[in-house]
Design a protein around this ligand. Structure first.
Ligand SMILES: [Zn+2]
Length: 302
């Protein structure tokens, strides 16, 4: 009899599966956020409380980690997209953007007239790997997997030639093959950001790509920021399948890369202190178009 009851219960549970599968999403994310909070504590980022950020997610990785983002301000305004930990072993990038998400959430008045989208952990499988790794769970460098026009002709060739087939830079067998790449492409398509800041480490400079007409003014702005933050500016170029190529070069989105100077996790809090003001300035950066600028210049002379 007992066996029959157990069997009956099991059947009832199986029938109820669709409802519990729906509920499994929040439970899944709670567990993931618990693991993230534990990792933050381990790295000394003790004031980060991942459960308090209003996350959304629609995709998961190979290891079923949610690809999280949070939106602040009003999406009807010009959006700025922030991306962190595209390379899973660039640990302080996660700290900088999680702390920034707290800052934006705690100062809604400052960001009311903006639209800020923050995805601090683009490659969670790489972040949680033991030890953390640059590539995702499929061994692919997400910043070489965007479907840029030169991908088929050059991505694998450059990988073999420039990177000597180093596994850390493997672009995949085909472009846009990875959930982490599709995730970033979906954010760009949905929010149509005018600016993107992608935080990396450990090369120690600012780099940028964007619409050629405004690159001079963008560079001037960045030279000023470079002085203010005492951090060098370097033109690193772009690669087949890279975000700078896909968003900056091919889609005319100002794409700024902040390469923190170290991947050591205990530098995270100090990096947030160093770059917080520059990040806020990046959000409020606007360039008038050339015609408008000349019109207002002649108007001010009259
Ligand atoms: Zn990187």
């Amino acid at each position: 009899m007992k066996k029959l009851i157990v069997l009956g219960l099991m059947i009832a549970l199986l029938i109820a599966a669709p409802a519990s599968a729906r509920e499994a999403l929040p439970r899944g994310i709670q567990k993931f956020l618990d693991a993230l909070e534990a990792r933050c504590r381990e790295y000394g980022w003790t004031d980060i409380r991942p459960h308090e950020i209003p996350w959304e997610y629609y995709r998961t990785t190979q290891r079923k980690a949610p690809l999280l983002f949070a939106q602040f301000g009003n999406p009807k305004n010009e959006c700025v997209l922030f991306l962190g930990d595209v390379h899973g072993d660039e640990l302080p990038t996660v700290c900088v953007l999680l702390k920034f998400a707290h800052y934006v959430k705690e100062h809604p008045d400052l960001f009311r007239d903006t639209c800020v989208i923050i995805a601090p952990l683009v490659n969670p499988d790489g972040f949680f790997a033991k030890p953390p790794q640059r590539v995702n769970a499929n061994g692919i460098d997400i910043n070489r997997n965007f479907p840029t026009r030169d991908w088929h002709a050059d991505a694998l060739r450059q990988w073999g030639r420039k990177n000597n087939g180093n596994k850390r830079y493997y672009p995949g067998k085909k472009p846009a093959s990875e959930q982490e790449t599709l995730f970033q492409m979906a954010l760009i398509k949905r929010f149509q950001p005018k600016k993107i800041l992608s935080v990396h480490s450990p090369l120690g400079f600012y780099d940028f790509d964007g619409p050629s007409a405004d690159l001079d003014s963008f560079e001037q702005w960045l030279e000023k920021i470079s002085k203010e933050t005492n951090f060098p500016l370097k033109k690193n170029g772009y690669f087949p399948g890279s975000l700078g190529n896909y968003a900056g070069h091919e889609r005319n989105i100002f794409t700024l890369t902040l390469e923190l100077a170290s991947s050591a996790p205990n530098r995270g809090n100090a990096y947030f202190q160093q770059f917080q003001t520059a990040i806020v300035k990046f959000i409020s950066l606007h360039f008038p178009d050339a015609q408008q600028a000349s019109r207002s210049a002649s108007a001010s002379k009259q």
